[in-house]
Design a protein around this ligand. Structure first.
Ligand code: FE
Length: 198
């Protein structure tokens, strides 16, 4: 297992954002980077892959030093689900382990309603959300007998973004997701590679 895959991903994502791309380019080229990251499942430390018996977990893996982006592992216990929610910034979702469904919502006649069929994400799949491509959805574990994990990238420090949930019975509610962890994985210990090359 090597955290290097995650380090290389955040370095490449930073370089992509250095070019000041349009959102469509971020979703396209950043999506390709994320697809490569979730093509293998040998790099996520166990501490950031643990389900909680009652609620889904969102572990911050990395926040860009100027908060241009953040990387989060979402861990779904059996049957766990998010409320209907928005993001207000672009987001990329890459499936690492298990499977999840994402049900989009759109306003029709001033009422928020499910839009199309739920999309099923299998390991290696990548999906995008944003205010321009569709920002409101509900996500849930496709399994009721095992955990699922997806890796998310957002165009902000997502845990501290003011956003909303959309209860079925009324007005949207302010929401700031926060994170489930207080400690981050160490991406930056390169001493092993150094020793290998000296
Ligand atoms: Fe979401």
């Amino acid at each position: 297992m090597s955290i290097a895959a995650l380090r290389e991903f955040v370095i490449a994502f930073g370089h992509l954002l250095d070019t000041r791309p349009q959102e469509a380019e971020i979703l396209d080229q950043g999506g390709a980077l994320l697809r490569r990251l979730v093509a293998r499942d040998d790099w996520l430390p166990d501490a950031f892959a643990k389900a909680h018996p009652e609620r889904y977990q969102q572990f911050l893996l990395h926040a860009d030093s100027t908060e241009r982006f953040s990387v989060v592992s979402f861990v779904w216990g059996p049957g766990q689900a998010t409320p209907v929610h928005d993001h207000t910034v672009w987001g990329l979702i890459g499936m690492l382990r298990g499977a999840e469904y994402s049900q989009a919502y759109r306003k029709r006649d001033a009422v928020l309603q499910p839009h199309g069929r739920p999309v099923r994400l299998a390991p290696g799949d990548v999906e995008a959300v944003s205010p321009t491509v569709g920002d409101v959805h509900r996500v849930y574990n496709a399994f009721d007998d095992r955990d699922s994990i997806s890796i998310h990238v957002y165009g902000a420090n997502i845990g501290a973004v003011r956003r909303h949930t959309y209860p079925a019975d009324g007005a949207r509610k302010p929401f700031a997701s926060g994170y489930s962890n207080t400690q981050l994985p160490n991406l930056w210990d390169r001493s092993a590679e150094l020793r290998r090359t000296t």
